[in-house]
Design a protein around this ligand. Structure first.
Ligand code: GLV
Ligand code: MN
Ligand code: MN
Length: 397
């Protein structure tokens, strides 16, 4: 049963200030969640091992080629919901338990995989573990990523017992995956609108993250005339408005500023620098063009205020179409479950470039995600776990 497993971790990483959960790679909550997963997987008779990149694998049978692998992540966005990630991990464990209980013996290796830092909540690059595993993020760049305290990923990994010098494309681990299936709470209202509890994934909109760094002149909020200012907050605010304006003119585009950091950050201080993070997602490969339009507006606004701006691409992913054969097999195995596109990124979408990958979505009655209101009804959680067990049984025959 999946819900009791989720209940076991319900107190881990609760964020009393923001609400919801803040669970970030190599922090205390992450360590407790890894320990919980390791103990739970061992109890289910699985052999647990960490890979070179901090992802954790739990094997049913000997690790080997052509394995059926399922899993998700345990980290969250700051103040995130209880289901984004953990639902897929808990469902995978409960699916294994129910298959064992009915005496099923897989005819090929099977594994539950927990990816590190899917949200990029601490080091800024989403799907960190799957990008490192697949080699789509260079180890050297990953090691140098810094959190808001200035700590590098290399330092954080080393102190958590994961040698950062081992980071990098892991062709051996990746080569074992025959097919990958990730179960996930739906992050919109697609299933609510269809009146269905479960769907299979069809596509993921390409997405990326860009940092706009504005610099001006820190100064006194009272003593500095408006005409004498070089206030980077003005062009920073311009990015927020330009992002909405640009995205509104492109069908299906989304652009979001969810994080803006002024330095030094005092109420009576004109900031000396402001960093603005832009998340842009446009189907059909249009993200970079949209960001360039926003960057043009930012450069003009910075020049008007006598400020400088640099724009850095921190991550980028193209549109993904999940393997159509696997998608159809999942749908048929589940009695014709509908196929749904999504604007949310997933480790399954990173893996999809190298191995046949698919997804199952579980209905979310609120349609809200990355917030404490994210939800799945107990009956749907059970349906999801049962659907995953059915799918794993089929793929392992
Ligand atoms: C992850 O959930 C993302 O889409 O940012
Ligand atoms: Mn998420
Ligand atoms: Mn997720």
């Amino acid at each position: 049963m999946t819900q009791p497993l989720l209940n076991e971790i319900a107190d881990v990483g609760r964020d009393r200030r923001r609400g919801g959960y803040s669970r970030h790679v190599f922090d205390d909550a992450d360590r407790q969640l890894r320990d919980w997963f390791t103990a739970r997987a061992a109890r289910a008779g699985l052999g647990v091992e960490a890979d070179r990149n901090g992802n954790v694998w739990a094997w049913w049978g000997e690790p080997g080629p052509d394995a059926v692998v399922t899993g998700s992540h345990l980290d969250s966005v700051p103040g995130g919901g209880a289901f984004d990630g953990p639902l897929g991990v808990a469902s995978a464990l409960s699916a294994v338990e129910s298959l064992r209980a009915k005496g099923f013996v897989p005819s090929r290796p099977m594994a539950v995989l927990v990816f590190a830092e899917e949200e990029g909540g601490r080091f800024g690059v989403p799907c960190l573990g799957s990008r490192l595993l697949t080699g789509s993020l260079a180890a050297e760049r990953a090691r140098a990523l810094r959190d808001t305290e200035g700590r590098t990923l290399a330092e954080a990994a080393a102190s958590a017992g994961f040698p950062p010098e081992r980071f990098g494309a892991d062709t051996e681990a990746l080569g074992r995956i025959g097919r990958f299936v990730e179960l996930h709470v739906e992050q919109g209202r697609g299933l609510v609108d269809l009146g269905e509890p479960i769907a299979v994934g069809s596509t993921v909109i390409g997405h990326g993250r860009w940092r706009f760094s504005f610099s001006g002149q820190g100064n006194h909020a009272g003593a500095t005339l408006l005409t004498d200012r070089h206030d980077p907050m003005l062009p920073a605010a311009g990015v927020v408005a330009a992002a909405r304006r640009a995205a509104a003119s492109v069908p299906e585009a989304r652009a979001t500023v969810g994080r803006l950091v002024p330095t030094p950050g005092g109420t009576n201080v004109i900031a000396s620098t402001v960093d603005v993070w832009l998340d842009a997602r446009v189907p059909g490969g249009g993200s970079r063009a949209l960001v360039e339009e926003i960057a043009e507006a930012a450069r003009a606004a910075a020049a008007d205020e006598g400020c400088e701006v640099t724009v850095t691409e921190e991550s980028y992913s193209d549109d993904v179409v999940f393997d159509p054969g696997l998608r159809d097999e999942l749908s048929a195995t589940l009695g014709g479950a509908p196929a749904l596109p999504t604007g949310a990124g997933h480790d399954a979408a990173i893996l999809a470039a190298q191995v046949p990958s698919g997804m199952l979505y579980v209905r979310n009655p609120t349609g809200i995600s990355h917030a404490p209101e994210e939800f799945a009804e107990a009956d749907d959680v059970d349906r999801g776990g049962a659907a995953l067990a059915t799918v794993l049984e089929r793929l392992c025959q």
